[in-house]
Design a protein around this ligand. Structure first.
Ligand SMILES: O=P(O)(O)OC[C@@]1(O)O[C@H](CO)[C@@H](O)[C@@H]1O
Length: 331
């Protein structure tokens, strides 16, 4: 089972505007509500790909109740810790431009409710219930009140119970989590370039920065590079380079989370409808990278998180160049 933790989930309010003028009243031409936060998106996508998952983290107020209701209605069981004060944030995702033309995306992410020690204890208890064969996915920014070492601590609790851990966050929380030796971290090339002080298009430097994260404790580093695909790196260097299918970017919100879900589903040997022959079984890194790319791209090419059919349609358009013999992992 894949247990996702989103410390600061959100109602994502998507608005499309033909144009935007600062300091004026702007009116949208299309609005859509989705239930988000990085781990919630990972759970939703894993569920669509046929895997067992549960979403957790912290929720508060009426917006928090709406989030749980929406996520459960989509088929994902929830086990959130309820905060006694505040409201789960509403993040505004503004898209300006034509659906099939150049699209400018602007995001305003809320601060989110404050998390106290008692709530952290309750989350720790939920993680402590995981066991052998389970995965803990820690995704997104930490909520106000959370220590930067929270993900590291939860990852250690999971590891003590024999569960594997995936971390998708940035900054101090990511650096601290590396010490807990997660199975996978997923920065993008821009985040790595910032860490290394290099250009995001400089592949060798980005691989060097990813290798550094692996040397600090991550078993694998999955580097998403937008339309340029993804790199899989371990402490010895590049494991594989994957090319993304080409298509029109409609929505980048949740594309990275979809890639994480697709990669994990691929590692678990998930078989998509009509793609039975593509799946080599569990633990194949190359298939995991391809399914990660197909899932991330399918979301980027649709108005919200992709369906399993949209992912299946793109799987054959992905390709992976294996850089080493290290093509499988024992799970
Ligand atoms: O503020 P964070 O936690 O970094 O990111 C939150 C968020 O932007 O990430 C998801 C997309 O990845 C959205 O569903 C959500 O609004």
């Amino acid at each position: 089972m894949f247990f996702t933790v989103t410390c600061n989930p959100a109602l994502d309010w998507m608005m499309r505007l033909p144009s935007f003028q600062e300091g004026a009243t702007n009116r949208s031409v299309f609005d859509e509500l989705s239930y988000g936060g990085k781990g919630v998106n990972v759970s939703t996508m894993l569920h669509r790909l046929g895997l067992e998952t549960r979403a957790s983290g912290f929720i508060a107020g009426t917006t928090g109740s709406a989030l749980v209701e929406g996520v459960e209605a989509a088929g994902v069981p929830c086990d959130f810790v309820r905060l006694l004060q505040g409201q789960t944030r509403i993040n505004v995702k503004m898209k300006r431009g034509e659906i099939q033309g150049a699209l400018e995306e602007t995001e305003i992410n809320g601060r989110g409710p404050k998390v106290g020690c008692a709530a952290v204890d309750q989350l720790r208890e939920r993680v402590a219930a995981l066991g052998e064969g389970d995965w803990l996915v820690l995704s997104g920014s930490l909520a106000p009140g959370c220590e930067s070492g929270l993900y590291a601590e939860l990852a250690r609790v999971a590891a003590e119970r024999g569960a594997r851990c995936v971390v998708d966050t940035t900054g101090a929380a990511l650096m601290a989590a590396l010490e807990a030796r997660p199975f996978l971290v997923k920065p993008n090339n821009h985040e790595l370039a910032e860490l290394a002080g290099c250009d995001a298009r400089d592949e060798a430097a980005v691989i060097g920065a990813a290798r550094d994260l692996a040397a600090r404790g991550a078993r694998y580093v999955l580097v998403s590079c937008g339309g340029d695909g993804a790199l899989l790196v371990d402490a010895d260097g590049l494991v594989a380079r994957g090319s993304a299918p080409s298509g029109v970017l409609v929505n980048s919100v949740g594309a990275g989370d979809s890639m994480v879900a697709g990669f994990l589903a691929g590692l678990a040997g998930a078989v998509l409808p009509g793609c039975e022959a593509c799946c080599p079984g569990e633990g194949d890194l190359s298939y995991a990278l391809r399914l990660g790319l197909a899932t991330g791209s399918a979301t980027a090419f649709s108005s919200s998180l992709a369906t399993a059919e949209q992912v299946a349609d793109l799987l054959s358009a992905t390709s992976v160049e294996q850089a080493t013999e290290r093509s499988a992992v024992h799970l």
